[in-house]
Design a protein. Structure first.
Length: 137
């Protein structure tokens, strides 16, 4: 159902790229809230690969963060790091120039903070498991 909605929304906002970015950002959040990482990946990736990705830099950074969480969950650590670095560039340069007292923590949703906490917890595996973040060491 969400996949069809994503396509429909993408078409509906085709001539409004900034609004499209915000709508896809919310849709990506919904996929992640439902723990549907595989459903989120193509929606988020398609947007980042499109010409519309530059229409709203803040939405793009949020989508990069969401896709980084997807890639981390999939075990694609290099891709996750690249996306996090790209998002961080926005938050540490562009956004910081606009609002110097703003921080990424102010922007993060509960789901993002919870996922980060889970990732940190997973990076300290139970003795003898040999696993870090779902990846064999």
């Amino acid at each position: 159902m969400l996949d069809a909605s994503a396509e429909q929304l993408s078409r509906r906002f085709a001539d409004k790229p900034a609004e499209k970015a915000r709508v896809l950002q919310v849709l990506g959040d919904l996929y992640l809230t439902l723990h549907d990482f595989e459903g989120a990946a193509p929606v988020l990736s398609r947007f980042l690969d499109s010409a519309d990705a530059g229409a709203d830099p803040e939405a793009r950074a949020h989508i990069q963060l969401d896709l980084a969480m997807v890639e981390f969950d999939r075990g694609n650590l290099e891709s996750a790091q690249r996306l996090l670095t790209q998002a961080q560039h926005f938050w540490t340069t562009i956004r910081a120039a606009i609002a110097p007292n703003w921080s990424i923590a102010d922007h993060s949703s509960r789901r993002s903070r919870a996922h980060t906490a889970t990732c940190r917890r997973d990076s300290n595996p139970a003795p003898g498991t040999g696993r870090v973040g779902g990846v064999e060491r």
